[in-house]
Design a binder for this molecule. Structure first.
Ligand code: HEM
Ligand SMILES: *[C@@H]1O[C@H](CO)[C@@H](O)[C@H](O)[C@H]1NC(C)=O
Ligand SMILES: *[C@@H]1O[C@H](CO)[C@@H](O)[C@H](O)[C@H]1NC(C)=O
Ligand SMILES: *[C@@H]1O[C@H](CO)[C@@H](O)[C@H](O)[C@H]1NC(C)=O
Ligand SMILES: *[C@@H]1O[C@H](CO)[C@@H](O)[C@H](O)[C@H]1NC(C)=O
Length: 507
């Protein structure tokens, strides 16, 4: 396992020495004065960093990139730019009961504990438990902020938008998402659930009756070597865009390089109109609880292996899964490894994103022998098919969850899935466009190819998908309803800058 940031090494050595010399002093006290932190910091990162993921920039590299681009990483909430690297996370959805009680507490109890981007990049500055906050449109309203943020999807909320997303209705939705009563979400992240529980306890005690918890979802990186893999078993979070002013100058081959304004409001490349000045450096957070039917997915692969090409039945099943996703379980892209997984390629960030779906000897507009047009990664980032569309980009920051609903359901049933989180400066150009116009369209990226077999949805109707068989692209597979991923709903939020919380939302 590689290190998340290089300063980890220095910190660990420094601490080891300090401890050896002064064994009776609490381990973190040497940093207290040096960092000016109120509380002891960490000895190891709260984030995961699978080999296949590009490293986060060091805090020095990010600071100099940010400086050159005039981006203030101290003012941007930490979750927005770091991607799918959380170890343990709790999504705590709340409703504001008394805004005149809540506002001063937002300023005095929440704001000082919100983790910024710069803090997260330096292990010695990371808190024990990271805290971020975001508000729904009704939440901003509850705070007396009724100005438009220039995003109609956000303004209406996700419940109103569910048909556009292809959800069959709200029957499968977590009841608390089916409405507009959720005012905000607190994101707690750490490397242990105990740390998170402590932080929740502290914050709940401080906030008292000013808010009430509506719903929460605990999520965690999967254990051991599955860390970073979603529940179907595929490594996730490999291909997040590199952002100007943060890590664009360290982009890996094939990684998209986007303007900061694609993710952050009010920055270069944000084409949104009518944003109030205080919204600058905030980002829209799309949350979706996407339930995954893992045994059903596996059974489908076992029952429908791709035959031929000298593959065993088992290999044919693996290949079908890889062609549905666009990558093998290791993360190796099928465009570069069309018939068998190549774990070395999967684990190499210099190579595992270095493809466009175009090949000199193949016709880009018709050939699906290497990767189906409908594959999840090709639907959500068509690369050469679209001449590299740099506007429809999101920063994915989700994490797998396992939620035990047994008590409420009265039956033995453990739900698992992806706590999907995406950041963007315009929901209609980001998540919503990918889901509605790309994943759910049978005619994207070419006529008749079918929907994305992982997330594509036609309001519960049967889905006919082409391109799965590399030697016969006209061969179809038919999926009944949304076989493997079920939307349990979610909400649209706005994750403001720290200064917006100080100067606008808490006053
Ligand atoms: C349970 C649901 C989902 C699962 C299991 C899933 C799984 C994956 C996996 C395994 C990858 C490949 C790793 C990578 O390239 O980083 C991936 C990539 C991606 N996914 Fe998903 N995903 C889900 C939902 C979504 C949704 C709802 C969206 C947006 C509407 C989305 C957008 C993307 C994007 C943009 C990429 C990167 C494509 C690229 O840059 O090549 N995913 N997903
Ligand atoms: C803020 O963080 C500090 C340091 O971790 C913690 O001691 C304190 O309880 C937190 N405050 C609230 C209100 O959660
Ligand atoms: C990336 O792909 C290009 C074109 O296929 C190739 O020339 C280059 O060597 C690759 N880069 C790495 C680091 O493998
Ligand atoms: C579970 O059982 C309790 C007690 O009989 C009942 O009140 C509740 O409605 C049941 N819940 C569901 C989802 O069936
Ligand atoms: C697939 O269908 C198209 C259009 O009907 C046809 O032109 C093409 O030859 C078919 N390809 C195969 C491999 O059957």
């Amino acid at each position: 396992m590689k290190l998340t940031v290089h300063s980890f090494c220095t910190v660990a050595l420094f601490t080891a020495q300090a401890l050896a010399l002064r064994p009776n002093i609490p381990s973190a006290s040497p940093f207290k004065h040096r960092q000016g932190l109120r509380k002891p910091s960490r000895l190891s990162s709260l984030l995961i960093n699978p080999d296949a993921h590009p490293n986060l920039p060091t805090s020095d590299a990010a600071a100099s990139a940010a400086n050159a681009a005039n981006l203030n990483l101290d003012d941007i909430q930490g979750d927005i730019l770091i991607g799918m690297k959380k170890n343990q996370e709790l999504f705590y959805f709340f409703s504001i009961l008394d805004s005149s009680d809540f506002k001063p507490k937002l300023a005095s109890d929440i704001l000082p504990n919100i983790t910024s981007t710069s803090q997260l990049l330096d292990v010695s500055k990371q808190p024990v438990t990271m805290l971020n906050i975001a508000f729904s449109a009704t939440g901003l309203s509850a705070l007396g902020v009724d100005e438009s943020l220039g995003d109609s999807a956000f303004a209406g909320g996700q419940f109103k938008d569910l048909r556009s997303l292809g959800d069959p209705g709200s029957d499968n939705w977590v009841p608390d998402f089916a409405g507009t009563d959720i005012h905000g979400v607190l994101l707690f992240a750490s490397d242990s659930q105990d740390n998170i529980n402590d932080a929740v306890f502290e914050l709940e005690s401080a906030l008292g009756g000013s808010i009430k918890k509506v719903y929460s979802l605990a999520a965690a990186a999967r254990p051991g070597s599955q860390a970073g893999h979603e529940h179907f078993g595929f490594l996730d979070g490999i291909s997040n865009p590199a952002v100007e002013g943060f890590n664009a100058d360290q982009a890996m081959p094939g990684q998209a390089r986007i303007s900061s304004g694609t993710i952050l409001l009010g920055e270069t490349g944000d084409f949104g109109r009518g944003r109030p000045a205080w919204a600058k450096d905030g980002s829209f957070l799309v949350f979706r609880q996407l339930k995954q039917l893992v045994p059903e997915f596996n059974k489908f692969l076992v029952d429908n292996p791709i035959v031929g090409n000298g593959l065993t039945r088992e290999e044919g099943s693996e290949l079908l899964g890889a062609r549905m996703m666009g990558r093998w379980k290791s993360g190796a892209p099928i465009d570069l490894a069309p018939l068998r997984d190549d774990p070395e390629l999967g684990a190499d960030p210099l190579r595992n994103n270095n493809f466009t779906y175009a090949h000199a000897d193949l016709d880009l507009s018709t050939d699906q022998s290497r990767c189906p047009f409908s594959a999840h990664t090709r639907k959500t980032r068509p690369r050469a098919d679209q001449g590299e569309n740099l506007v429809t980009q999101i920063m994915r920051a989700g994490i797998p969850y396992v939620s035990d609903d047994e008590a409420a359901a009265n039956t033995t049933s453990t739900e698992r899935g992806l706590a999907f989180v995406a950041y963007q400066s315009n929901i209609g150009n980001g998540f919503r466009f990918m889901q509605q116009t790309w994943a759910n369209s049978i005619n994207f990226v070419n006529p008749g190819v079918g929907v994305d077999p992982i997330i594509g949805s036609l309001a519960g109707a049967e889905r006919v998908i082409k391109g799965m068989d590399p030697s016969n692209a006209n061969q179809t597979i038919t999926l009944t309803g949304n076989n493997f991923v079920i939307s349990r709903g979610g909400e649209y939020f706005f994750a403001p800058s720290l200064s917006a919380i100080a100067s606008k939302l808490s006053v």
